[in-house]
Design a protein. Structure first.
Length: 77
């Protein structure tokens, strides 16, 4: 995937390309299958390591998919 920091530093012509790409995805209703995968990991907070209450779940997903989901959500609201 694309690192989130790189997305923030994209030049304007790439932002226009991404906007066009996202529009194509939206109007074709063909969400890239690789964007559907999320990696779930657990992060230890504090306390006894044997208790699941001391862990929190984190979902890691492709940064382009996350950006697309945010944009789509804002359009729908």
């Amino acid at each position: 995937g694309v690192p989130p920091g790189l997305l923030k530093a994209l030049p304007k012509n790439w932002i226009v390309f991404l906007a066009t790409f996202f529009s194509m995805i939206m109007y074709s209703a063909c969400y890239p299958t690789t964007w559907s995968f999320t990696k779930l990991i657990t992060i230890f907070k504090k306390g006894a390591k044997l208790s699941w209450d001391n862990y929190r779940g984190i979902a890691l997903m492709d940064s382009l998919a996350k950006l697309y989901d945010i944009i789509l959500n804002r359009r729908l609201i």
